[in-house]
Ligand binder design. Structure first.
Ligand SMILES: [Zn+2]
Length: 307
């Protein structure tokens, strides 16, 4: 059975305290079965899970394991089309203002008290923002980000014991609430934040186009040339090595100086590359071909890294 199927069957939603706890226990047991040392933060608001020794590792692979609330509008991402991305985000803000304004007008008209209208707008704004953060759990989170967790497990399972010290793995908590788990980790591990190569897998399951977004400083590292070369030898998916400066992909890698973002996209002619369905109940797609491509390519990359 593939990791993605095990995850979807056993821990499809990881949003409440209990769901997260039972997922962490399950994941740590699987990691230990594979022969890794794994542990979870047992205190604090965000409970990250760490496999191996990140302080000694040459590369850290990460994925957020928390899952989002359901949203009325999909979190539609176009990582290579910054203009469209901004227009879409602006559209969401305008829609919220429209709803709040509508609530104000309606309450003001019904009660004939304009101040109550203002209050209604205020309450509507907070209710909408609260829903974005604490709303009911999305039922299906296969791509966002069960796919990233599965990809991490694919890499872990392929590394032979003699290669493992070169890599570490972290599953971050509370990405969906504003990259909280990764920012708390980065603030406590300055050496890693500033110097360690970190490859973050977020929504890597849906679409044959696999993107790596990398900043200028990281592209100058010898390890980046090795990464590009190794992944270039993989078949089955279309690889895109792109500059972060001309792309947009908000996820946990943003908290690390040498963070690389990885995602999978579909493609349409006019729109270009996109990630859709996430944060909606249609988030049900994770292709095993993506898991194999990343598991194979990234474990080979670790093998080639000098110890
Ligand atoms: Zn995500």
């Amino acid at each position: 059975m593939h990791f993605i199927d095990m995850l979807v069957e056993n821990h499809p939603i990881r949003k409440t305290k209990q769901q997260k706890q039972s997922f962490r226990d399950w994941f740590i047991a699987r990691a230990e079965e594979m022969g890794y040392a794994a542990q979870a933060d047992e205190k604090g608001y965000s409970r990250n899970v760490v496999v191996g020794d990140p302080d000694a590792a040459k590369v850290i692979f990460t994925a957020h394991y928390d899952t989002p609330p359901v949203m009325p509008i999909p979190n539609f991402l176009t990582p290579r089309n910054i203009a469209f991305y901004l227009v879409y985000q602006l559209g969401i803000v305008l829609l919220m203002i429209l709803i709040a304004g509508g609530a104000a007008a309606l309450v003001g008209w019904l009660t004939k008290v304009p101040e109550l209208g203002g209050l209604a707008a205020f309450v509507a704004c907070y209710a909408l923002l609260g829903m974005l953060m604490f709303g009911p759990a999305n039922k299906n989170c296969v791509n966002d980000n069960t796919s990233g967790v599965a990809a991490v497990m694919e890499i872990m399972s392929r590394l032979t014991p003699d290669q493992r010290a070169k890599a570490a793995f972290i599953l971050f908590d509370n990405e969906e609430k504003g990259l909280l788990g990764s920012s708390s980790y980065a603030s406590k591990h300055k050496q890693i934040k500033n110097h360690t190569l970190l490859i973050n897998l977020d929504c890597v399951g849906d679409g044959e186009h696999v993107f790596f977004f990398t900043g200028k400083k990281t592209r100058a590292l010898p390890a980046y040339a090795l990464l590009t070369e190794t992944l270039g030898q993989q078949e089955g998916r279309q690889l895109h090595m792109e500059n972060m400066e001309s792309s947009v992909y908000p996820s946990d890698q943003a908290n690390f100086k040498h963070g690389i973002a990885v995602c999978a996209c579909n493609h349409k002619k006019v729109l270009g590359y996109y990630v859709d369905k996430i944060h909606t109940k249609k988030d049900t797609v994770c292709e095993q071909a993506n898991m194999d491509f990343l598991g194979e390519g990234l474990s080979r990359f670790v093998e080639k890294l000098e110890a």
